[in-house]
Write a protein that binds this ligand. Sequence first.
Ligand code: GCV
Length: 709
Amino acid sequence: MRCFFLKLAIPLSVLLVSSCAALDGTPSHTDVDAWLRYAPLDKQVARTYQNLPNKTLIVGDSIILRTAEQELVHSATQMLGRTLTSAPAPDGSMIVMGKLGEVRVLTALSSPSRNLIPDAYWITTAKVHRSPCIVITALNDRGVLYGVFALLSKIARGESLKGINELQVPSAPIRWVNQWDNLDGRIERGYGGRSIFFSEGKVRDDLTRAAAYARLLASVGINGCTINNVNAAPQVLDDSFIPQIARIADAFRPWGVQLSISVDLSSPKVIGGLDTFDPLDPLVATWWQTKVDEIYRVIPDFGGIVVKADSEGRLGPSSYGRTHADAANVIARALKPHGGVVFYRAFVYNHHLDWHDLKNDRAKAAYDNFHPLDGTFDDHAIVQIKNGPIDFQVREPVSPLFAGLHRTNEAIELQVTQEYTGQQKHLCFLVPMWKEVLDFDMRIDGASTPVKDLISGRIFHRPTGGFIGVVNVGLDDNWLGSPLAMANLYGFGRLAWNPALSAESIINEWTRLTFGADPLVVRTINSLQLNSWSVYESYTGPLGAGTLTNILGNHYEPGPESSEENGWGQWHRADRQGIGMDRTVATGTGYIGQYPEEVQKIYESLASCPDNLLLFFHHVSYTYVLHSGKTVVQHVYDSHYDGAQKAGDFVAQWETLKDRIDANRYADILDRFQYQAKEAVVWRDSICNWIYRLSNIPDQKGRLGSAKK
Ligand code: GCV
């Protein structure tokens, strides 16, 4: 098979990673293309695009505009089976791309329906020298690139372009991913192979995959990537390392992805030769300024710096009796002249908590640490807050800190890599969970204040804010180690762009882009994905108990006892009488008091606390009767049996797709579902045994036979 697009001038990075699709309609894919496979369209569908111009024109010049044009030419050619070419000057009917001001010199455009902001795009039609054209325009080059990806996505999904006039505006300026890559090439909580950036303490020579990653990110509007673990090695700031990082920034730049790094707060001392890293010491401030200036000399579009401090053994400002704001601000001030930002993580807690003390509560830590500092962070600092108060469990309430910062920029940290949600071995589509978090109304001062509007800065008129996804892709062909898990990365990007999108519409886009338009394929995969979170929750951690996994080990297998009687604070407080953490204000840890009043009222009372968070907020007996009418213990049995059964049913649902998708992906995913079905039974039996041992109350349906030990 001859690769049609070889004739076109496209970046080497794209060439190396793109599939060489047959033009006769034979399905072809590589996992590395993920949702950008741009398979050739069915001939009839392709004909509906016969009016799409064959020529493209960029107005203005920049590396991002050139990337946009090459992406359009190569991908549309691949899908439509006819050659698109780049025109050097206006020439008949064209797809015109460029910044609004420059496009307007060429054609009289009407006014957009809303104001454009940076990264927003507008796809419309206009006449250039009397020829009808499609125009993709924006305030900045990156917006034009996003418009091109949007147009290609429509074509790939067979959407009509007739009379197109679409303006899309991102919900927040910060739409970044974090990678927890170590310099030796391992990735913390990564399940998709070794790092695409680092190997043996150095930046890899071959950064093809870094460029391909940037392309994927850009296609869903992600504009920044932090390349190394938040548990940062100080060496990342070594003079000799910075030019190496600059090579990664070079690979990102054509796709408008800004590079950022995580740093160790003690760097001024550890690698800088100072005898302190006290953030209020002027020598330390000068050190950060000099270091940041040095970075910007080689990476002029550097995005910023992420800091994890005073957490899980990392050094921090407490070493000098300073605050987190002091630590964030010394770096923010160094970044400000260059337009960069510091992300200071709110994941700060004591992992040596005394478990004997029933008032101790890890969930309170972020709010206790950061709420008192509200208003003391510089404008170039952003507090990065995990969605829940513990740590990416299968279900948690939203972090009260989102409502606790009114004069501070904030960003939500969501976890794409499935650390506690099956590690890509179990299907767990997280968009429905993230939707619940983003839509959650904090009712600050009794007004509508959903989390999505707090993090965007809209409610308190903050200058910046947004979304961070911890992704941890690796060198595996399918990036995350599982093809279906890629829906989480796609979904993260789409929600960061527009949190109002429904989980249904997001998965529908992803499935069509990844697997094509066969209605049975689309229906089946959408349904598997949309049900997967609740199924996973039901056989791992129902009623808000948190994931009952082995928290001291791999965070994967069942291990509910590992949470108790240690300093990590992920307690369930399960004993012979009952289960759950009492976090009420009246008798418990007082955590509920961190929420605005209306939310407090819902969680404080057993009568209004939702069943799915009951054990997060209350300690109850095993015979406590839920709103559903079941006892706690019976719910645990039923939920685990039901969940394991549904996980088993995934296999049969997948089998209906035999011969409807390519054999490789069919077989690979079938294996995964078969494995998940077995693991769900292991989970079921383990948790049912555990709750039976504690409660001594048998299952009303007598199913514990196989499980009971
Ligand atoms: C990068 C959890 C994870 C750690 C991670 C930490 C964090 O504790 O298990 O691997 O460390 O969160 O988010 O900093």
